[in-house]
Design a protein around this ligand. Structure first.
Ligand SMILES: *[C@@H]1O[C@H](CO)[C@@H](O)[C@H](O)[C@H]1NC(C)=O
Length: 418
């Protein structure tokens, strides 16, 4: 019985997986409401950032119901959430995939090129479009932060439900990445101004004065990929960077020598630098990426090896499978939404298709259609055949069919209005 008491006490005093003021939802991440007189979406985001969180993304009906039920203020019945749309191009600011939505019928995103924010209603849990500038009185919003699932070591700092480790001994980037402690430990990725300042001051207070490695690899001047496979939704490059002529790796400057304290530049990956690692217990699927770092081939992929979110494409253009034309990464589901101009019919063709096994590419006529227009597994479509939708929207889903590694180099699609 004494054990019963002690054990009970231990359980009760065990630290909550959520920071103060947050509530864990459905055994997953932690949510809280924010309330203040704010003048923009960014003010609300900054409030969430101050805890290491972001405006809340919502990924399933349970999270939606919990967000609906969290009360904010007696006279405010809508809470801003972290979705931003430009026309029908919608993204969660925390970079997570748009895999669930609950727009109020009259307020669903429309293809008008205008920017929209959304709030969740206390009454029906639907998402209503919200003015970007709440002008008067109070506004409410929802913040989301990862629940703590691991215990940090004495030489680590707790942050965002995970642990941060500062290594002052310099190493090249591959050695640095591989020496990050713990399961799923990686060189840091950065997703907000708050986070940038947080890591900058952590490095400075550890006595680092030059620069540190961040966990970014530059695929092209537009496309950076984080080693922890999070979404590339923020950067703090100082002009004229990003510029991969200086190297494919990314460093944060820790001095004002170039007027660039906390800003990023590219650096050659063989340079030895101090670095910071982060781990939160999440282990991302490792994709066997055959890249050009040490091999003799000089082919650069036309698309990043990762497709963590729905990708939106407008008007006309080309789309490539991840890592094309290098090997197809394993176990990734990619979704592409194509919208040509209103009043036109979207057309698509597949001039290159090399997927020998392990994948399926499905073409949908419109966004919500249950019935696929067609799909391809190992048999290539006729490269000159045009496929037409009955509206201006086509959706593509490229996904694994089994657990084996896909064989092939992927596909290229061309789309245009007609
Ligand atoms: C990084 O350093 C390790 C150990 O010194 C070395 O084996 C490796 O080739 C280096 N990598 C690069 C890209 O310079």
């Amino acid at each position: 019985s004494s054990c019963l008491f002690v054990c009970l006490l231990l359980t009760l005093t065990e630290a909550s997986p959520c920071p103060d003021g947050y509530k864990q939802v459905n055994g997953g991440d932690c949510f809280r409401v924010g309330l203040n007189e704010i003048s923009s979406f960014d003010d609300a985001e900054a409030d969430c950032n101050a805890d290491g969180g972001m405006l809340a993304s919502i990924h399933n009906p349970e999270e939606n119901a919990a967000a609906r039920d969290m009360e904010c203020y007696y006279s405010v019945h809508q809470k801003l959430i972290g979705i931003r749309c430009v026309g029908i191009d919608c993204k969660w600011t925390d970079g997570t995939p748009l895999d669930y939505f609950h727009f109020a019928y009259d307020d669903a995103p429309i293809d008008n090129g205008q920017e929209r924010c959304y709030s969740i209603s206390d009454y029906d849990g639907m998402w209503y479009k919200t003015s970007l500038m709440p002008t008067e009185g109070r506004a409410c919003w929802m913040c989301r932060i990862k629940a703590k699932t691991i215990t940090c070591n004495a030489n680590e700092v707790e942050y965002k439900g995970g642990c941060v480790f500062v290594q002052t001994t310099p190493a090249n980037q591959s050695v640095a990445e591989n020496s990050c402690p713990g399961q799923g430990g990686h060189l840091i990725s950065i997703h907000s101004d708050f986070e940038n300042s947080f890591y900058q001051s952590l490095a400075s207070s550890a006595g680092i004065t030059g620069s540190i490695y961040l966990g970014g690899k530059q695929y092209s001047d537009k496309d950076l990929s984080w080693l922890d496979q999070t979404f590339y939704d923020y950067h703090h490059f100082t002009p004229p960077f990003p510029n991969s002529a200086f190297g494919d790796c990314v460093q944060m400057m820790l001095s004002n020598e170039f007027g660039t304290l906390g800003q990023w530049t590219n650096v050659d990956c063989i340079t030895k630098l101090p670095y910071i690692c982060y781990r939160d217990g999440t282990v991302m699927p490792t994709t066997p990426v055959r890249l050009t770092t040490t091999t003799t081939t000089s082919i650069q992929p036309l698309a990043s090896p990762n497709c963590p979110s729905v990708q939106y494409f407008n008007k006309a253009g080309k789309i490539y499978s991840p890592n094309f034309p290098l090997s197809i990464p394993a176990q990734q589901r990619c979704e592409y939404v194509i919208s040509t101009d209103r009043g036109t019919l979207a057309h698509i063709k597949f001039p290159v298709y090399d997927c020998e096994s392990g994948t399926k590419l499905t073409v949908y006529d419109g966004l919500d259609s249950e019935d696929p227009l067609l799909y391809f597994t190992s048999t290539a479509p006729n490269p000159s055949r045009l496929y037409a939708a009955t509206s201006n929207i086509i959706k593509l889903v490229f996904e694994p069919t089994d657990n084996s590694s896909p064989v092939g180099t992927g596909w290229e699609a061309e789309f245009f209005p007609f």
